[in-house]
Design a binder for this molecule. Structure first.
Ligand SMILES: [Zn+2]
Length: 347
């Protein structure tokens, strides 16, 4: 048994040995983990002990944004071999479920998702994972980038839901990691420009470094006024709500053009008011996003082709031995931190 990063209970992490399922089925691969991103959800389980209905009732290994190297493959695995560099989709649906058969396996009620209680995550030296949800990384994509595919996949799902048309003007409310990923996916998906609104200037400065991104500091200018100025009063074609903040949700109709689209990506902690008549008066189309399905290949293709560069969003990399410090740093929520990653020692 090797050491894993274990959330013992709310507020208590330890780096210790824990028994994990290591049986390799015929359709599975065994993977030596190399890089794991620290996600807001991991941190929330650490600081609050639960997210909605998911409660940490027993010790759980954290982490779900991972890349690694295949060390062993099951008898029926054809597309991967030992030595392959890969990243993994952390949600495993029941392939025979009705949702999986429809291609919407992200909303399969039976999905098992890493580091969502009671399922263990991947901050451990080795994992066993279905080959079907394990993706080969191109040679020019690093392990660090491979571990960024998971959060980027949410942006990809949002861009796909939006049904962007070439030349659309996009707007993102909320410049957290997912807002930034969504803005980059929207650009890659054909937006001519994406306006990103937040109240934290350090976050805006980070995303403003990308060509095609314009920023709006909502402390200085109300977002509706800023997007009206930028679009001659017309509004954005597609608005991605990535803050989960009640005022942002309420103000969404004022940001979109008549006949435009709203994509709800951020998750308010509690139910929030929605301006339904505001949505109706412009006949806006509203889409929702929950994780992602069938986007990993596209995300990896964009990164491999150099169309999306996620490296500037990795603000800090810490060794596995310092995992607890990495989580404490992430829990601080510094405005200059986007993604903190943890690196496993070389096997
Ligand atoms: Zn994540």
């Amino acid at each position: 048994m090797a050491k894993s990063l274990v959330l013992e209970r709310k507020g208590q992490l330890s780096l210790r040995e824990i028994a994990l399922d290591t049986d390799l089925g015929p359709d599975d691969v065994r993977i030596a983990i190399r890089t794991v991103g620290v996600c807001g959800s991991d941190v929330h389980y650490y600081t609050h002990g639960k997210i909605g209905p998911f409660v940490v009732n027993e010790p759980m290994v954290l982490g779900h944004e991972a890349s690694g190297v295949v060390t062993e493959v099951g008898a029926q695995v054809r597309h991967l071999k030992p030595g392959d560099r890969v990243c993994m989709e952390p949600g495993i649906p029941d392939p025979t479920s009705r949702a999986a058969k429809m291609g919407i396996y992200n909303v399969d009620p039976a999905v098992r998702f890493w580091a969502t209680p009671p399922v263990h995550g991947c901050l451990t030296p080795h994992v066993v994972h279905p080959a079907a949800y394990t993706y080969l990384l191109p040679d020019n994509v690093s392990f660090a980038e491979g571990a960024m595919v998971e959060p980027f996949a949410i942006g990809m799902q949002a861009a796909l839901r939006a049904r962007i048309q070439p030349g659309d003007i996009g707007m993102v409310t909320g410049a957290g990691p997912i807002g930034m990923m969504t803005a980059l996916a929207a650009l890659a998906g054909g937006c001519a420009k994406v306006y990103v609104a937040d109240l934290a200037q350090p976050k805006l400065d980070i995303i403003a470094a990308y060509p095609g991104i314009e920023t709006i500091n909502i402390r200085q200018t109300p977002p509706a006024e800023a997007i009206a100025d930028a679009t001659a009063g017309w509004g954005a074609d597609v608005v991605f709500e990535c803050s989960g903040a009640a005022p942002a949700v309420l103000g969404l109709p004022q940001l979109a053009r008549p006949g435009g689209t709203i994509v709800l990506v951020g998750m308010p902690v509690d139910p929030v008011p929605v301006d339904i008549v505001g949505l109706q008066a412009r006949e806006l189309r509203v889409e929702t996003v929950f994780r992602y399905a069938n986007v990993y290949d596209r995300a990896i293709a964009l990164i491999g082709a150099g169309k999306v560069d996620l490296m500037p969003l990795i603000s800090l990399t810490m060794p596995f031995a310092d995992s607890i410090a990495a989580f404490d740093r992430a829990a601080e929520g510094r405005e200059t931190d986007v993604k903190i990653q943890i690196e496993m020692p070389d096997a």
